[in-house]
Design a protein around this ligand. Sequence first.
Ligand SMILES: [Zn+2]
Length: 471
Amino acid sequence: MKPALWLLALSWTSWVVCVAHAQTPGTRPPQKYEVLGRETLSELIAIDTTVDHGSTIAAKAVAARALANGFAQTDVTLVTPKERPDSASVVIRLRGRSSARPVLYINHLDVVPARREDWTFDPFKLTERDGWLYGRGTIDMKGQDAAVLTSLIRLKQEGFVPARDVVAAFTPDEETRSQWGVGWLLKEHRNLIDAALVVNPDGGEAALKKGRRLYVGVQTSEKIFTTFELETTDKGGHSSRPTAENPIYRLSAALTRLSKHRFPVHLTSTTRLYFERRAGIESGQVAADMRAVLRQPPDPAAVDRLSAIVETNIQMRTTCTTTMIEGGHAENALPQRARATVQCRLIPGETQDSAAAAIRTAIADPKVEIHVKTAANVAPESKPSPDIFNVVESVTHAMWPGVVVLPLMSPGASDSVFTRAVGIPSYGVDAMFDDLDDARAHGKDERIGVAAFGEDLEFTYRIMRAVSELH
Ligand SMILES: [Zn+2]
C-alpha cells in the first residue's frame, strides 16, 4: 500500500504543477488543435506510404502544414537521398532559448501494406465509425505523427520558446528496415538532427485492458534481432537406399533439441523495474510471481509459470525460434542439404556470438553448421533515468490519476536502435491508449479511439513542452 499512497501524493502535487504549467485543464486540447490534429491525420492516412509508394509526398504535406502554420522556411528542411527520390524526410525545428543540444522527436511516415478487399473500410481513407477512427497507420504511427506536428504548431503559435531546440524528423523506411530513414539521416545529416535526447512515440505504449487504463509505457530499450542459418549436408543418393545420415532427419533432431532450450533469465534495469511496477497492477499468482523473479536468485517455480506466458517469457530472456525450413532436391533422391532459419531476439547486453554459442550447445551436433544470416544491429539500453520518468509521470498522473508509468523493453524493433547506437539516450513515449487484447497495428481494420486520439494530442503537447525544459 505504501508505494501506492506515495504515488497518489505525487500525482496530486504534479497535477497542480502541471495544470499551472500547461494552462489547459482537461485531457483534450483546445478545439482548434483537435481540428488541426484530425485534419492532419486525415491527410496523412489518404497518402499511401507503403513501400512501393515511398514517403516523399507525405513528408511534403508535413512541411506544407508547418509552413502554413507559422514555421519559417529556414526551420523546415526537406532532405531527399539522391538515390531514392521517393524516400524524403522532413525536419522541423522549434527554436529554443539556448544552444544546448536539442530534443529530437523521430516519427516514421511509412506504413505496412493493406488491401482494400481485406478491410471493412478503405484503409487509405480516414473513416469515423462508432467512436473509432479507422485507417492504415492510425496507431502505427500516423496518429502520433499528427500529434507531434500539431503539438509543435501549437507551441509555436502560443509563442512558447523552449529552453533548447525541439526538432522533429518525419522519416521513411521504418517498416521495411531499409536504409533511408533515421539511420541515413544520422549518417548524412547529423547536424540537422543531432540531439541530447530522443523521444520516439513509435516505441511508447499505453495499455487498456477491458476498458480500464492500465499503464503508460516508456520504452527504454528493445530486443536486438539477429538471424542464423543452420545447415547440414550429406552426399545423398538414391531414395531406395536410405542411410542414417539423412540431413533432414539430422536437422529435425537438432531443431527439436533447440525447441526445448530455454535461455537463462536475464533481467536488465528496465525489466526489473517493469516487473516491480507491473506487479502492482496485477493480482494473485501473477503479481506474486513477478515479485518472486526479482529475488536473487529468482524463484524457479515463478520463473516456470511466467515462462509459460508469452508476454512475460519474452521480457525475461533471449529467445530464438525457427522461422523457415528447406531441404532436399528431388522426390526420389536422398537429400544432400537441409537448412533452417532461426531468428533470435537478444536481451540488450547479450551478443550474436553468445547466442550462437548457446544454439551450438543446445543442438549438440557438430555436423550442423551455424552461419549468421542477418547480423545484430547492437544498441544499448537507455537507462530509465528519473528525469524522463518524472516528466512522463507528472503528465500521466495529471491527465489520468492512478495510471502507472512502466519502463518497457520492446520485444520488437524501432528506429530508436539507430539513435541509441550513436549514444543518444532514446525513449519511446506515447499515450494513444489501445486495447492489449485487440492490437491491430499492421493488421486488418487498424483503428484508434476518437477520444484516445484527442487525449494523445494533449499528452504529446504536454510532454513536448516539459521535455524541452529538461537539463
Ligand atoms: Zn511503427
